[in-house]
Design a binder for this molecule. Structure first.
Ligand code: FES
Length: 156
């Protein structure tokens, strides 16, 4: 199934090697990460060595080589957010989602990630949930947000 999706994306760019990054980005948008098989498929169809595709994937931080959850909870661990309690927010997420930071749930529902300063220090501590910025976050309000998301996903 994934193979077909990847093929469709490659076709959209006429399997043009100069569109490598755009293709990789679109595949990641579709699958939420860049599986090794997809990179191999891209490499073969664009006639670009796999080592080159892999180098691109590891050079750009925006690419993810491991599966990621449907919901991404990212805690900013830059200095400003850190001193305002970001580590406690990570602890809270780990407890609520029963996951370690950097991990993805087995059912691919959630991923916890940490980033360095994203340039919104005035909002710290900051948690980005599915791309939405939640500033001045407390453990309590984070727990509520996550609880709602779990409920919506059919969890407890
Ligand atoms: S330290 Fe978190 S946004 Fe700057």
């Amino acid at each position: 199934m994934e193979k077909g999706k990847v093929d469709q994306i490659i076709d959209r760019y006429d399997a043009d090697a100069s569109s490598l990054l755009a293709i990789m980005q679109d595949v990641q948008d579709e699958l939420r990460y860049l599986p090794r098989d997809a990179m191999k498929q891209i490499s073969e169809r664009l006639d670009i060595p796999m080592t080159h595709v892999y180098q691109m994937a590891t050079f750009f931080e925006s690419f993810h080589l491991n599966p990621r959850g449907k919901h991404i909870c990212t805690v900013c661990m830059g200095t400003a957010c850190h001193v305002r309690g970001a580590p406690k927010l990570v602890d809270q997420l780990e407890r609520d989602l029963k996951l370690k930071s950097g991990q993805t749930a087995e059912d691919l529902s959630f991923t916890i990630e940490e980033v360095n300063c994203v340039g919104a220090c005035a909002l710290g501590p900051l948690v980005i949930i599915d791309g939405e910025y939640h500033g001045n976050m407390t453990s309590n309000s984070l727990s509520k947000v996550v609880g709602k998301m779990k409920k919506a996903e059919g969890g407890e």
